[in-house]
Write a protein that binds this ligand. Structure first.
Ligand code: M3P
Ligand code: FE
Length: 309
């Protein structure tokens, strides 16, 4: 794997910082790894090696400030920046250290209104297990919902077909699945990978730019998804959909909300994607009655298309 490696971090706006920290640290079970002089709080999942994957910023409205991908090295970062500029997307460089323990970032804005960042360096603090005869898990694997990692996000905004082209032609992503508009003429939803995961980022067409549908956190079994449902109920976390399975990606899932109304997903499963995998297509009816969104209930939950931050 070269080029863009994986989702790295998301900066999320929360309306009350300590309520947000309580949610992501104590209920989800992430580890707090730092706070900066702007008051932002940094967190990581137990299996993640890098310093942070979720950064919380207190603000008057919920939503996402930016979603970032780690790239292989600085040469890759420079090359991808040049390619973005040549494609017609202006970039800005954010200096190393602006985010704690994070190197220089290249930021650009998608036609969907989302800010995406690429970076090559972030301090590896490790998962605490070491590299020699390591244990398979640490105490973080049993704290709260305990996701292994930040897995992907789903973003809502306009111009999904243009966004698809940028990810495919400039950033080297592969389209894995798509859902069609009601007339069948265009892609309404796209699920794309930069790896062999079933998806690293997804977009759904939406009139308002820059919206967050969900950040998704990986669990390693269906039982852990059910345990997550128990913990959500025990902690009064409002659930949107699930536990169930998406037809799209075949992931087993729960959608729920953080205290500011940002949706998050606890997710497991999916399948392995190879460069020669065929794109799977869901018709507009397939998204609902076909079980694309909810394979068990085969319905298009209204909240899926209407509630975003
Ligand atoms: C996911 C996922 C839809 C399926 C969404 C899928 C919109 O969020 O993680 O696989 O039908
Ligand atoms: Fe998802």
């Amino acid at each position: 794997m070269t080029g863009v490696l994986r989702p790295g971090h998301a900066q999320i706006r929360v309306m009350n910082l300590e309520e947000g920290v309580h949610h992501y640290r104590d209920i989800l079970g992430m580890t707090e790894t730092g706070r900066d002089d702007q008051g932002r709080v940094y967190l990581k999942c137990w299996e993640e090696y890098d310093h942070s994957s979720v950064i919380l910023r207190e603000a008057d409205s919920a939503g996402i400030d930016f979603f970032a991908f780690r790239v292989l090295d600085n040469a890759t970062l420079n090359k991808l920046e040049a390619d973005l500029i040549e494609y017609g997307l202006p970039t800005t460089r954010i200096p190393a250290g602006e985010l704690l323990e994070t190197g220089e970032r290249v930021r650009f804005t998608l036609p969907s209104g989302h800010d995406i960042e690429l970076y090559a360096e972030k301090t590896r603090i490790g998962n605490g297990l070491g590299g020699i005869n390591p244990n398979p898990w640490n105490e973080g694997a049993e704290k709260g919902i305990a996701p292994l990692r930040l897995d992907h996000c789903l973003l809502y905004g306009p111009n999904v077909m243009e966004v698809q082209k940028i990810f495919e032609d400039v950033l080297g992503f592969q389209l894995v699945e798509r859902s069609l508009t009601p007339d069948g003429e265009a892609n309404m939803g796209i699920w794309m990978t930069c790896s062999n995961k079933v998806h690293d980022i997804a977009f759904v067409e939406h009139p308002e730019p820059g919206k967050l549908h969900h950040l998704s956190f990986l669990l390693d079994s269906w039982e852990k998804v059910l345990r997550a449902a128990d913990l959500m109920s025990m902690n009064d976390v409002p659930v949107d959909i699930g536990p169930t399975r998406h037809g799209i990606t075949r992931g087993a899932t729960i959608y729920a909300w953080d205290p500011s109304g940002n949706r998050f997903e606890t997710f497991m499963g999916g399948y392995t994607v190879y460069p020669d995998s065929e794109v799977l297509t869901w018709t507009f009816e397939g998204l609902g009655e076909g079980g694309g969104l909810d394979f068990a209930q085969r319905k298009l939950h209204e909240s899926f298309l209407t509630i975003v931050t």
